[in-house]
Design a protein around this ligand. Structure first.
Ligand code: NAD
Length: 484
């Protein structure tokens, strides 16, 4: 599979490739062109040319026509893209289908949002000045994405980048490259001018790093691990990049004694075991009020034993294999650590016919406590740590006692307490009596070590556009007359 540069599918300059491996069989799926600094430079030159040329000169409505068209084409190919995504990542097909639908929506949503909400502000100063702001595209945007929901997360960046008028170089995660090229084919079919959208596959340390350091790339939007985010910020510092950082999480779900326990159980189970547990906003720390803990844990165990672990391409599979053997080993190692730290481990079974895949059974860690590594560190697999609490203040303190601050979930039927706890939890996003339901208009992002900046709605304009203030004198204001 090739790179996509300047409207053409091409090999890497040095003809290098790497193997793409199936999470289900651990066999090779295909070879991927492995981009290096020379390929990044080629892509940047073509993106720069397109920005200064045809793309940059389009009227907004003309540009957005393309963005709508991309959304329509994705929708027409939903099943096929979902199939590729599941093959590549091990995510269950029922879940990738929804992610692809959401991806089509991301394009329509951003075209709508640019049309309706990308306007400036006017500041009148008596009868002397009218000052107003305008938005303009920044230039070449470098988008670096992870493997956990690759297609959807790519569109969540490509759509606002293009809709606001930038040109794009996407560096997809090396563990999940397949659907990115389907995206390139769709963009090609939509007829975007050459160079507006480019893909350079390759490793983070080579292709990714060259993108981050390239002097003609003004923006880096990154989603991935917190440690990678800080490396990228260091490496981009000399070129004074503008960064958007969507990083790791270790999000709490708090269930009070007065909550609707059945719904809280549904949400807690889905929130950790969907997307194979490889979910940035997963509720990986469960805090139960001690009066309901036993009952809740018994029901959670039943869920874990009943979850359908299976072939990601089967419709009724709920949990599939993890992306890669390295990641599987990492998650397994955390289960060893949990044991050493004194947790009781409850997990489901993996059917023997799945033994070639990177399967980790849905797992509950009981008797967990806040100082444990398995409670502090992001495991990024189908593993939930369970703890109990007595008092509201105590659980708020425990929930906040981590480096991350991406999401949080509170379950209570006491309206005052719901709001109060939501305000007190240190996270960018909080849901009360709800699973992670996204409203695309709202700000998406993390606090603390979970991120910098916000994506979503008009918040993305802050990152993807330059805001200029224009001061216009409408009267004869005072001008000092030096040397007159
Ligand atoms: P990762 O940090 O290993 O890799 C992400 C991307 O960065 C990949 O494309 C990789 O090639 C690239 N990369 C790695 N090193 C680089 C370097 N030095 N320079 C430039 N690029 C480099 O992350 P991952 O393992 O692919 O994804 C999982 C992580 O992503 C988890 O921590 C998860 O929480 C996080 N995540 C966060 C969000 C969010 O919205 N906050 C969403 C999804 C995933």
């Amino acid at each position: 599979m090739k790179l996509y540069i300047n409207g053409e599918f091409v090999d890497a300059e040095d003809k290098g490739t790497f193997d793409n491996i199936s999470p289900f069989t651990n066999e090779k799926i295909n070879s991927i062109a492995s981009g290096q600094a020379a390929d990044i430079d080629k892509a940047v030159q073509s993106a720069k040319k397109a920005f200064k040329g045809e793309w940059g000169n389009l009227k907004q409505a003309e540009r957005l026509e393309y963005v709508y068209k991309i959304g329509d084409l994705i929708e027409q190919h939903t099943d096929e893209i979902a199939l590729l995504e599941s093959l590549d990542t091990g995510l269950p097909i029922a879940q990738t289908r929804k992610q692809v639908s959401r991806s089509a929506n991301n394009f329509r949503f951003y075209a709508d949002t640019v049309k309706s909400q990308m306007y400036g502000e006017v500041y009148q100063v008596d009868d002397e000045f009218i000052n107003y702001t305008v938005h303009s595209a920044v230039g070449v945007a470098g988008l670096i994405t992870p493997w956990n929901a690759p297609f959807m997360l790519e569109t969540w960046k490509i759509a606002p980048a293009l809709a606001t008028g930038n040109t794009v170089i996407l560096k997809p995660a090396e563990w999940s490259p397949l659907t990115a090229n389907r995206m390139a084919e769709i963009i090609d079919q939509a007829g975007l001018p050459d160079g507006v959208f480019n893909i350079v596959h390759g490793f983070g340390e080579t292709a990714g790093d060259a993108l981050v350091k390239h002097p003609d790339v003004q923006l880096i939007s990154f989603t991935g691990e917190t440690t990678t985010g800080s490396t990228i910020m260091k490496n981009g510092a000399d070129a004074l990049k503008r960064f958007s950082m969507e990083l790791g999480g270790k999000s709490p779900i708090i269930v009070f004694e007065d909550a609707d326990l059945d719904r809280a159980l549904d949400a807690a189970t889905w929130g950790i075991f969907s997307f194979n547990g490889e979910r940035c906003t997963a509720n990986s720390r469960l805090y139960l009020h001690e009066s309901i803990a036993n009952e809740f844990i018994e029901k959670l165990k039943e869920r874990v034993w009943n979850i359908k672990v299976g072939d990601p391409l089967e419709d009724d599979t709920q949990v599939g294999p993890l992306i890669k053997t390295e990641h599987y080993n990492n998650v397994k190692n955390y289960l060893k650590i949990a044991e050493e730290e004194g947790c009781e481990i409850i997990s489901g079974d993996i059917p023997t016919e799945l033994s070639r895949g990177n399967y980790v059974a849905p797992t509950i860690l009981l008797n967990a406590s806040n100082e444990m590594r398995v409670v502090q560190e992001e495991i990024f697999g189908p593993v939930i740590a369970v703890m109990t609490f007595k008092e509201e203040a105590e659980v708020i303190e425990k929930a906040n006692d981590v480096r991350y601050g991406l999401a949080g979930y509170v379950w209570t039927n006491d309206i005052k307490r719901g709001h109060r706890v939501a305000h007190a939890i240190e996270s960018g996003m909080l849901w009360v009596n709800s699973q992670n339901v996204r409203d695309l208009r709202t700000p998406f992002g993390g606090s603390k070590d979970s991120g910098i900046g916000r994506e979503g709605g008009h918040y993305a304009f802050e990152f993807y556009t330059e805001q200029k203030i224009i001061h216009v004198a409408i009267g004869d204001h005072h001008i000092p007359q030096f040397g007159k």
